[in-house]
Design a protein around this ligand. Structure first.
Ligand SMILES: C[S@@+](CC[C@H](N)C(=O)[O-])C[C@H]1O[C@@H](n2cnc3c(N)ncnc32)[C@H](O)[C@@H]1O
Length: 219
């Protein structure tokens, strides 16, 4: 009887509200998620760790954790985030050097987050280690060598600085995916500029995936 009532209520909620609608929660495109899991399978025997820089609520993190678990991959997964949104230095750079308004509300995103709460939601994934840090000054040597990196911090300064530091820790055959690279991201077009600048400086091929990601391979 209880079960029947439950199903009936669900029927009403499904029919007349949006609560049970299927939602796409990810901030990245399906093709990016597909690329990441396929890369991990293809490079299963390549020695190196995984790193995600910029995690927000952790949707991509959770997705990759599930994949690591289901495929029983022997990897360590590190994440680095301020867990406190953008740094003032990075915002100032956008305002003073890239023509952005200091009142741009997109610079206020991600302020809800905190290291302790975020970490508690991932405590069952023992291969995952979160670090609270500005990615521009983090010591990546501590967590290298790296074979797969997802760099997703939106603005110019942290993206270009992290790219230079992370590239040094990549194993040959490894790759870095940079988000917000090819779409017209307005407030977050700094990642686009940083990605293309880095490819030019290092004489690397520009490699775009879907509408929004740039790939950098370490040879
Ligand atoms: C777009 S979100 C990341 C989305 C996530 N990768 C996903 O796929 O769901 C950007 C994140 O970058 C972080 N962030 C911004 N600037 C940073 C910096 N200088 N160092 C570390 N993290 C930073 C923010 O706190 C935020 O969590």
């Amino acid at each position: 009887m209880k079960k029947l009532l439950h199903e009936f209520l669900k029927k009403l909620v499904f029919k007349y509200t949006k609560i049970l609608d299927p939602k796409y929660q990810y901030l990245v495109e399906p093709i990016q998620l597909a690329f990441l899991v396929n890369f991990l399978i293809e490079k299963k025997n390549l020695n190196g760790n995984i790193l995600e820089v910029g995690v927000d609520k952790g949707f991509t993190t959770r997705f990759l954790c599930e994949h690591i678990n289901s495929e029983k991959l022997d990897v360590q997964y590190f994440v680095v985030d301020t867990f406190n949104s953008f740094t003032q230095e990075d915002i100032n750079y956008e305002v003073l050097n890239r023509g952005k308004s200091q009142y741009n509300t997109d610079f206020m995103n991600f302020r809800f987050n905190d290291y302790k709460t975020w970490s508690s939601k991932f405590k069952n994934f023992t291969f995952l280690k979160p670090y609270q840090s500005d990615c521009s000054v983090f010591d990546y040597n501590m967590i290298g060598p790296l074979k797969l990196v997802f760099l997703d911090v939106d603005l110019y300064l942290p993206t270009i600085r992290a790219l230079h530091l992370i590239y040094e820790q990549m194993v040959p055959g490894g790759c870095i995916m940079v988000d917000n690279v090819s779409m017209n991201c307005d407030s977050y077009d700094g990642a686009h500029e940083a990605y293309h600048e880095f490819c030019k400086i290092k004489n690397l091929q520009v490699n775009l995936i879907g509408n929004n990601a740039g790939i950098i391979y370490k040879s």
